[in-house]
Design a protein around this ligand. Structure first.
Ligand SMILES: Cc1cc2nc3c(=O)[nH]c(=O)nc-3n(C[C@H](O)[C@H](O)[C@H](O)COP(=O)(O)OP(=O)(O)OC[C@H]3O[C@@H](n4cnc5c(N)ncnc54)[C@H](O)[C@@H]3O)c2cc1C
Length: 322
């Protein structure tokens, strides 16, 4: 039995999430007995996939696929799945992968489970554990179609090194004009920083920062930690920060290893976006702020005093441990 994993790349480089879905696909293959094939599109170097359990790398190189196009990409993945007779297709939960999921589901007549957090149980049925209600609950879903599509929640499985011998093969799908009816003209990113969704560490600021001028210390702390910056909804509504940084129920979900919330009250709508983060640190002047209930570590203090000291200590630590 074969597992196909779609390994996404950006500017020719595999994303971190690609290695995570590959690690997960290997665990799925071990559970159902089989090998992992990865399909990647316009990625320059896929050698690293061998370290994460991929036995075969199908490599698509096509000028027409330089920009993401859901119909065309779904067709490539569909044809790859058919080629290797995949019984399970694994994707990430990136914005692009979420576009692909329903198309793949139709093309392959396959059930799709999103937000999966664990390896399927295959004793009697094929059952996966998934997060529900903005990470407040888990459910167990059985998939009974011949082919199953699993969308792995970001950072749910982590990177698991598992070196195997990997073969490489050029792969080209048959695409026609119908697959390019929607054309992406350009993709303009407003930042070249780590995106919130992919970040291991996120430093986030709220209205407690008082003024956009004060964001310098959020950025300095993010720089020293190699983190992405984020914010609460009112902060982006007021135009202090771009909407791409707004975390929460109506913003982006964050599943980082470390989430540092500075001057954010911890309203339920904000917490909905960060519950999948592993370690939460809160800095707030108000010891009654609801965020402290959700925090693993809390500092009751003025951000304008605490954050500069934190930056200084982290810089010292890095200098002494370089
Ligand atoms: C339908 C709906 C959807 C929503 N979706 C979202 C969402 O997706 N994301 C989201 O974030 N919000 C969302 N909200 C808004 C949410 O309810 C809160 O209003 C918002 O999260 C509060 O933002 P805040 O914590 O930055 O500001 P505030 O509530 O004003 O809190 C500021 C905090 O900073 C602290 N503080 C003040 N000064 C300092 C200082 N010097 N140092 C340290 N701490 C200080 C204060 O004690 C306070 O806790 C939504 C609301 C609705 C109704």
């Amino acid at each position: 039995m074969s597992v196909l994993v779609y390994t996404e790349s950006e500017n020719g480089k595999l994303k971190k999430a690609a290695l995570e879905v590959a690690s997960y696909a290997k665990a799925v293959a071990d559970a159902i007995g089989g090998n992992v094939t990865a399909v990647s599109i316009n990625s320059d170097n896929n050698d690293d996939l061998a370290n994460y359990g991929v036995h075969k790398s199908l490599e698509v190189s096509d000028e027409k696929l330089q920009k993401f196009n859901a119909d065309a990409y779904a067709e490539v993945i569909t044809q790859a799945a058919k080629k290797v007779d995949a019984k399970v297709v694994v994707i990430s939960q990136s914005a692009n992968a979420k576009y692909l999921a329903p198309l793949l589901s139709v093309n392959l007549s396959a059930a799709y489970a999103s937000n999966v957090v664990d390896v399927p149980k295959t004793d009697n049925e094929f059952t996966v554990e998934r997060t529900a209600f903005t990470n407040k609950a888990f459910n167990h879903t059985s998939l009974s179609t011949d082919i199953k599509i699993l969308g792995l929640s970001n950072n749910a499985f982590g990177l698991k090194e598992n070196k195997v011998e990997m073969s490489k093969e050029d792969f080209s799908a048959e695409l026609n004009d119908d697959h390019f009816k929607i054309n992406v003209e350009s993709v303009d990113k407003n930042t070249d920083k780590v995106s919130i969704a992919d970040a291991e560490v996120v430093v986030s600021g709220g209205r407690g920062l008082k003024d956009p001028k004060n964001w310098g210390m959020i950025e300095d702390l993010a720089d020293v930690l190699g983190a992405a910056t984020a914010c609460s909804k009112p902060v982006s509504d007021m135009g202090w920060r771009p909407h791409s940084e707004h975390v929460g129920q109506t913003g982006k979900p964050v599943a980082s290893n470390l989430y540092i919330a500075i001057g954010i009250s911890g309203a339920i709508q904000h917490l909905a976006g960060i519950s999948a983060s592993k370690t939460k640190v809160v800095i707030n002047t108000d010891d009654e702020a609801p965020f402290f209930k959700a925090a693993d570590y809390g500092i009751v203090g003025d951000a304008f005093e605490v954050v500069p000291k934190l930056i200084e200590k982290l810089k010292d630590f890095k200098a002494n441990n370089a």
